[in-house]
Design a protein around this ligand. Structure first.
Ligand SMILES: Nc1nc2c(ncn2[C@@H]2O[C@H](COP(=O)(O)OP(=O)(O)OP(=O)(O)O)[C@@H](O)[C@H]2O)c(=O)[nH]1
Length: 382
């Protein structure tokens, strides 16, 4: 295992290359080897000056060239959620079946309201939001007094939309600013789907006709850079990586942003590690990656990836990241195959950050920009 728990000192702005001694004629001149034409003893030739040994330079993260393969055309980003809604609807029928049936009953007594609350809690909505939603629904049922299934569906839809909060700004900062690319970092605990998300997000951006550069700053897991390179190659996106396992991730991030500036890219997307020897190291390191990348250009987005299937537990783990870096958006993965759609509300409430993208499967284009209404419609679809 590679030790990454070295003390993290001041961000070493890697790697402006060490100044190399100029190879002047003096340093490369070799003694003449032609035979002397006179018989006089010759002074032995001066040995050529030996250049000072240079310290080993840090290996430069190398830019992987695009291969000459036929590129894939990613699905358009707009409307992806609507196209993938069946994945959500199937796993979230607590809303579409359970709740609607309960609300459509003729007589909703306290037991039924308790059952409604329990159903909401099961979806990982969180205690406070669940209680609030029950209160709002109670009020409306009392005032409107309707049990018509369509009216009940409309009521639930409206209240869920309010909870998910359509006023949050969910746009991704993916546009060049001040002549520099937008820089996005993707963070989160290991296994939540970070690398996959970076790959899928590159496709979303390519579909939006953005020029993208990837930075493989997860140098902890050897396969991550390879995985990312493959994602990039499929859509003609370059990956900046280091061949050295355990290389300085901040240095890779720095070089990726540098490449983005040189190539006038629209977006530089930086993958990061989710695991180090200790939580403190990981948080230190993420802070450093951000600071060092910012020597080149401001980091516009820090996207925190959370696995929806880990529910409230995952949320607690994720909270630590918000203390280390300024998280600007959440990517909620693996929402396919879980009935925990309510976690969107809980996350936004607890972290105060909008969900900007959701993962709805392992397919390359199964990442959708989050849209409040389309999401709620999928939850209560029958
Ligand atoms: N079903 C489903 N699987 C997903 C989704 N997103 C990611 N995955 C899967 O989750 C697994 C882990 O993904 P990775 O991208 O390797 O996770 P990571 O966070 O980069 O992991 P580390 O590099 O170890 O930190 C892979 O098998 C992905 O295919 C999703 O939205 N739905």
């Amino acid at each position: 295992m590679v030790a990454l728990d070295r003390p993290v000192d001041e961000p070493k702005v890697a790697p402006p290359p060490e100044p190399q001694p100029e190879l002047t004629a003096a340093t490369i001149e070799v003694p003449s080897v032609t035979e002397p034409t006179v018989a006089e003893p010759q002074a032995p030739p001066e040995p050529a000056p030996v250049p000072e040994p240079e310290p080993e330079p840090e290996p430069e993260p190398e830019v992987i060239e695009e291969p000459a393969v036929e590129l894939e055309k990613p699905a358009p980003a707009a409307g992806r959620l609507a196209r993938l809604r069946a994945r959500l609807a199937k796993s979230n029928n607590v809303f579409s079946k359970g709740l609607l049936a309960l609300l459509a009953q003729d007589d909703i007594d306290e037991d039924v309201w308790d059952e409604i609350e329990e159903t909401l809690l099961m979806s990982d909505l969180g205690t406070d939001p669940a209680m609030e939603l029950v209160d709002r629904l109670k009020e409306r049922v009392t005032v409107e007094g309707t049990r018509d299934p369509e009216a009940v569906r409309t009521m639930l839809r409206e209240e869920l939309i309010k909870m998910v909060d359509p006023t949050m700004d969910r746009r991704l900062a993916a546009t060049r600013k001040d002549g520099k690319p937008a820089v996005m970092m993707v963070v989160g605990v290991n296994g939540v789907g970070k690398t996959t998300t970076v790959g899928k997000l590159a496709r979303v951006l390519v579909a939006e006709e953005r020029n993208v550069i990837l930075g493989a700053a997860d140098t902890f897991r050897a396969a991550a850079a390879e995985q990312l390179t493959t994602w990039g190659e499929r859509v003609g996106v370059e990956t900046v990586r280091s061949e050295q396992e355990g290389a300085d991730p901040a240095s890779v991030a720095f070089s990726a942003v540098e490449a983005g500036i040189q190539q006038e890219a629209d977006v530089v997307l930086v993958d990061t590690a989710g695991r180090l020897h200790s939580k403190a190291n990981l948080m230190e390191e993420l802070g450093k990656v951000k600071r060092v990348a910012e020597k080149q250009a401001p980091v516009d987005e820090v996207l925190l990836v959370i696995d929806a299937t880990t529910g409230q537990n995952g949320l607690m783990q994720a909270k630590v990241f918000t203390e280390a870096v300024d998280v600007t958006g959440i990517v909620l993965t693996k929402l396919d195959g879980t009935a925990k759609g309510g976690i969107v509300v809980a996350i936004q409430r607890q972290l105060g950050v909008p969900v900007k993208l959701i993962g709805l499967g392992e397919g390359a284009d199964d990442l959708a920009p989050f849209e409040t209404e389309a999401f709620v419609d999928a939850l209560i679809a029958s």
